[in-house]
Design a protein around this ligand. Structure first.
Ligand code: ATP
Length: 317
């Protein structure tokens, strides 16, 4: 369990994290979402004691990170996959970490196997691809067999196979009863991975809710219509008690409507339709609406291997 209470971080005048309070529970993947610059990495660094809060508090299973004995056995984190000595092999990188943290040597081979890097374990990491680097970072996070795992944007730059692998690994770690906290700026990715969501924007908490609640509250379904007899169609829909909104470019939208019902109504009235399409607003759109007021950087467009069964025997202490 990670408990964040009133957490604030200021860099001069800049408030990177603003009075954040939330908890991350074991047994589920919790997605930490926010647009670029929202304060996700800063929050994660404070959880790990790498940055000191200006105000507020973070506890890991009730204790501050810097008071944990053998912290890698409590919390494993992937913050920056490039933070590796390029002249070292994957094996030696992990061995150094293990030896300096009182972790048995056998764990090195185990985690290399878990992340699928055994075949390249003796190769220097400077030749690693982005995906291999991410896998090595994940191996380091798993080394101490920790009950809490944090991943900062783990799928960034990965190919579909790598994304699928990480997604499956996270779910299996949570299913083992671990606390899994993963940041992303992509709602579509989190929708496939996380059961719970913490959303921030400009350092502030915007939402703390289950993924199913988020989907229920934000899945807008509607039918999109286009007709060369637009005015007559509007009259017919109006008479049938159907509410229509103008969608720009001549299109109409019927909130929560059924395409079949509208199509039959149009046919009965001899109306030509050029478009009759059921639509579902994407979660990405809902996320963008939620964070719209809190986006720091806007683009100017000129217009308005499956994870192994590693750790299956692990039980939450
Ligand atoms: N060391 C620092 N000095 C000054 N400002 C900083 C520092 N670190 C972060 N910031 C600022 O704090 C804000 C939050 O940054 P942070 O990296 O935590 O956001 P993020 O949500 O992780 O973003 P991204 O998705 O782009 O990685 C940003 O405006 C950033 O510029």
């Amino acid at each position: 369990m990670i408990e964040v209470e009133g957490l604030t971080k200021r860099y001069g005048d800049k408030v990177a994290v603003d009075r954040l309070t939330f908890s991350v529970r074991p047994g589920v993947v919790t997605g930490f979402l926010g647009p670029n610059g929202a304060g996700k990495s800063t929050t994660m660094r404070m959880i790990l004691g790498l940055d000191h809060p200006t105000e507020g508090d973070v506890r890991i299973d009730g204790t501050h990170y810097d008071r944990l004995k053998d912290p890698l056995t409590y919390v494993g984190a992937l913050l920056d996959a490039k933070a590796v000595h390029g002249g070292r092999s994957a094996y030696h990188h992990l061995l150094c970490l293990a030896q300096s943290n009182g972790i048995p040597r056998r764990r090195v081979a185990e985690v290399l196997d878990t992340v699928g890097l055994t075949a390249v374990a003796r190769k220097k990491t400077k030749g690693f691809s982005l995906g291999m680097g991410q896998r090595l970072g994940i191996a380091a996070a798993l080394l101490g067999d920790p009950r809490i795992l944090m991943f900062d944007e783990p799928v960034n730059g990965l190919d579909p196979e790598g994304i699928h692998w990480i997604r499956t690994l996270m779910k299996s770690l949570a299913a083992q009863g671990r606390t899994v906290f993963v940041s992303s700026h992509l709602m579509s990715e989190m929708a496939l991975t996380a059961e719970h969501l913490v959303v921030i924007g400009q350092g502030r908490l915007l939402a703390d809710l289950s993924m199913s609640d988020f989907i229920r509250q934000n899945s807008r379904s509607y039918v999109r219509l286009r007709s060369p007899q637009r005015e007559r169609l509007l009259d017919v829909l109006h008479q049938a008690g159907i509410t229509v909104v103008e969608a720009g470019g001549g299109a109409l939208e019927v909130e929560g409507g059924k395409a079949e019902q509208i199509g039959e109504l149009a046919a009965r009235n001899g109306l030509v339709l050029h478009e009759l399409s059921p639509q579902q607003a994407s979660l990405e759109e809902a996320f963008m609406r939620l964070t719209a007021g809190a986006v720091e950087y806007h683009a100017h467009t000129g217009q308005d291997a499956e994870p192994q069964d590693w750790g299956a025997g692990w039980k939450e202490a």
